[in-house]
Design a protein. Structure first.
Ligand SMILES: O=C1O[C@H](COP(=O)(O)O)[C@@H](O)[C@H](O)[C@H]1O
Length: 334
């Protein structure tokens, strides 16, 4: 598997591009300067372009990815508000941008060459939306609204408009602050990391997405942890066997074993990691986890032990200033 790792560093306006080899070693192949603070990134699953959300001139930059993984800018399109998280629908026809400070989510069409166009629609009056997540059917869009303690649910039409799903929202516990999500490969369980409690909510999805039940809430910090929880990110190993989260106060990753159906999370342990780990990701083979330290200006690569899910540090690499987003591309499927 030939994989490329993209690391966005907001403060130094750059994306570092690394090749990831089969042993988990990284080789820097490009440092791409960006016109502003670059934060969230997304890869088009259809065309293989990389998109990056930029500030203070709110925009999304489209990059063509060369055969070796290097980036070439091919377009810039305006966004109505500062991008906190971006994603595309599974067909790669539209780009969705959640804006925490703009209390909105915008939709931008993507043309048939893969280039994002100016935004066409904006959902407003959302309370600090922190991410936009399609379930694995690609039909339901989950928008965790941190300041509302709700995850709002929408459906996407063929024309690219959003309408409320039924049910229209999932309600979290008071003050939880829902932030980022992931789904079990069986699409029967949705997991949401709550920023302000560093807890994980598990929702059972039934009746083809018409029925959701909150079946458990799991603490992602060690029992007795003292300090303000400040969770950031959540990812599942591609085979669905282990789940990982980060917390920025404790500078830790938490590791959970996932039961076969995805319903039970059993604590495996904690891994101390880079300072303020706002973003991390897992490679497509499920063998390596890479975490970014927003305060250390480094990324750390860990081997994931296939039988235990535990992490062992392989190496740390310097990147730009304020790294907060990691995207990984499998060149063989792009
Ligand atoms: O992680 C966080 O995100 C929000 C919004 O981030 P931004 O990148 O859109 O500015 C931030 O305000 C919050 O303090 C922080 O915890």
């Amino acid at each position: 598997m030939r994989q490329i790792v993209y690391v966005a560093s907001s403060e130094s306006h750059q994306i570092d591009v690394f090749q990831l080899n089969l042993a988990g070693q990284l080789t820097l192949i490009q440092t791409k300067k960006v016109s502003g603070q670059v934060q969230p990134m997304a890869i088009n699953p259809n065309t293989g372009h990389l998109y990056a959300g930029v500030r203070p001139e709110f925009s999304v930059v489209t990059y063509h990815i060369a055969d070796d993984g290097q980036l070439e800018e091919v377009g810039t399109a305006a966004l109505p508000a500062g991008p906190t998280y971006i994603t595309t629908d599974p067909a790669g026809r539209f780009l969705f941008s959640a804006s925490y400070s703009g209390n909105s989510v915008s939709i931008s069409p993507i043309d048939h060459q893969g280039i994002v166009q100016k935004w066409s629609e904006q959902l407003t009056n959302l309370g600090a939306p922190h991410s936009v997540n399609f379930d694995l059917t690609g039909k339901v869009l989950f928008i965790p609204c941190l300041k509302e303690d709700r995850i709002k649910l929408f459906e996407l039409s063929v024309e690219g408009t959003l309408s409320p799903h039924y049910p229209a929202e999932l309600i979290t516990s008071k003050g939880a602050g829902p932030r980022h999500m992931t789904f079990h490969p069986n699409n029967k369980i949705a997991y949401c990391i709550n920023e302000l409690k560093s807890s994980i909510d598990l929702y059972l999805i039934r009746d083809k997405g018409k029925n959701y039940t909150l079946i458990n809430t799991v603490n992602a910090l060690p029992e007795g942890f003292v300090g303000q929880p400040w969770a950031a990110d959540i990812h599942m190993k591609p085979d669905g066997r282990y789940l990982y989260t980060t917390d920025r106060t404790s500078h830790m990753l938490s590791i959970f074993k996932v039961s076969e159906e995805g319903i039970v999370l059993s604590l495996v342990g904690y891994q101390s990691t880079e300072a303020q780990p706002r973003g991390f990701n897992i490679d497509h083979s499920g063998q390596f986890l890479i975490s970014a330290g927003q305060l250390s200006n480094k990324i750390a690569v860990y081997r994931i032990h296939s039988l235990t899910g535990k992490l062992s540090l392989l190496s740390r690499y310097p990147v730009g200033k304020g790294p907060m987003w990691i995207s990984i591309l499998n060149l063989e499927t792009s």
